[in-house]
Design a protein around this ligand. Structure first.
Ligand code: 2P0
Length: 335
């Protein structure tokens, strides 16, 4: 099955006449149980489910309109060269939605999070593009359909359709109609995420080829599905019980297990820099000293810290410049 066939199924009977413009925001998301490995490269269907938390205010706003000319992609107001990888990828995605062959799109994205640094993936970009397309064409799609369309752009983007805790159910169907995000009902106002930006330098290998290489060459990858199964159970119970230590421990172990599969690939995939390891050791030392602080990491060298509002001042003092996000907006700060 191709992406286009899936899109045609979802858009069957929907109007194809664009309005003047569409504009939408989607938040970035950080996985507590990672998506790493696909069962279908074309449709971005995962081998396992994953679970994330939305960054609520940090993400991407996309404005879209149609034009008589070739596609234009502007990132923070700067037009991208048609040869740039981001332009090529966006164009390929927009091909799925052209109302007429000759028509182009003008896409303007503004992100308030550094995208290339592996702090967040392309998730908020593709999720906001899908929401803007829904606006532009007036499709009024259901959330599972929007999530599926976002997945076709980038797997983790399917989770950025919802706020809060989100599970991406892997599904089993060959067409992936059962592989989309589902929001969890629980709120956790005291939860904090800290974005620890250690470097903005581009990563050596993108997550897409890295994921493929891991699945194909890592001997440890065989253990990954069972790790995910246990971690998802632990995370859901931790969220239900507001058990922060259990949440943090599970998320950190899951991230390290994912990186272990990468490191055991060939050629090896190692995103860590000396600064990453230094930060890990500092977190472990602080934890030894009684601070409930954990981390997670994605396909990049930067860390995301997990802690609670009551420890925010202490964590901020230990990590100057840390960008703190409240995924559920505020909450009481007990000292
Ligand atoms: C995640 N990552 O769950 C994992 C953890 C990176 C590490 O999802 O090929 O950009 O577009 O489906 O979504 C990044 O992978 O990959 C990612 P594609 P995507 O957040």
């Amino acid at each position: 099955l191709t992406k286009q066939e899936v899109v045609n199924r979802i858009l069957a009977g929907r109007k194809q006449k664009p309005g003047k413009a569409g504009r939408s925001f989607a938040a970035a998301n950080i996985a507590l149980c990672k998506y790493w490995g696909k069962r279908d490269d074309e449709l971005n269907l995962p081998l396992t489910s994953s679970l994330s938390v939305s960054l609520r205010t940090k993400g991407t706003t996309t404005s879209l309109s149609v034009s008589e000319r070739a596609d234009e992609v502007l990132v923070s107001g700067e037009p991208l060269s048609p040869e740039s990888p981001v332009h090529v990828r966006m164009r390929g995605y927009l091909d799925l939605f052209r109302p007429e062959p000759g028509l182009g799109f003008v896409v303007r994205t503004e992100s308030n999070i550094p995208l290339a640094a592996g702090l967040a993936s392309s998730a908020s970009v593709f999720a906001s593009v899908v929401l803007a397309l829904d606006h532009l064409f007036g499709w009024k799609l259901q959330l599972p359909e929007l999530s599926i369309l976002a997945r076709l752009g980038s797997g983790s983007a399917c989770r950025s359709i919802h706020p809060g805790f989100v599970e991406w159910e892997a599904g089993r169907a060959a067409d992936g109609m059962d592989s989309h995000a589902v929001p969890l009902p629980e709120q956790w106002p005291e939860l904090r995420l800290g974005l620890l930006l250690l470097t903005t330098q581009a990563k050596p290998i993108g997550s897409r080829p890295a994921m493929k290489r891991t699945r194909e060459t890592s001997v440890l990858y065989a253990a990954w599905p069972a790790q995910v199964e246990g971690d998802l159970r632990n995370l859901k119970e931790a969220i239900r019980d507001h058990d922060f230590e259990r949440l943090g421990r599970t998320a950190e172990a899951n991230a390290l297990a994912m990186h272990a599969t990468m490191i055991s690939s060939w050629p090896p995939v190692l995103y860590w820099l000396p600064e990453s390891v230094e930060a890990m050791r500092k977190i472990w030392a602080l934890r030894e000293g009684g601070l409930a602080l954990y981390f997670t990491m994605d396909a990049g060298p930067n860390l995301k810290l997990l802690f609670q509002a009551s420890d925010e001042a202490r964590v901020a003092a230990e990590f100057p410049g840390l960008e703190v996000v409240a995924p559920f907006g505020g909450g009481s700060v007990k000292s």
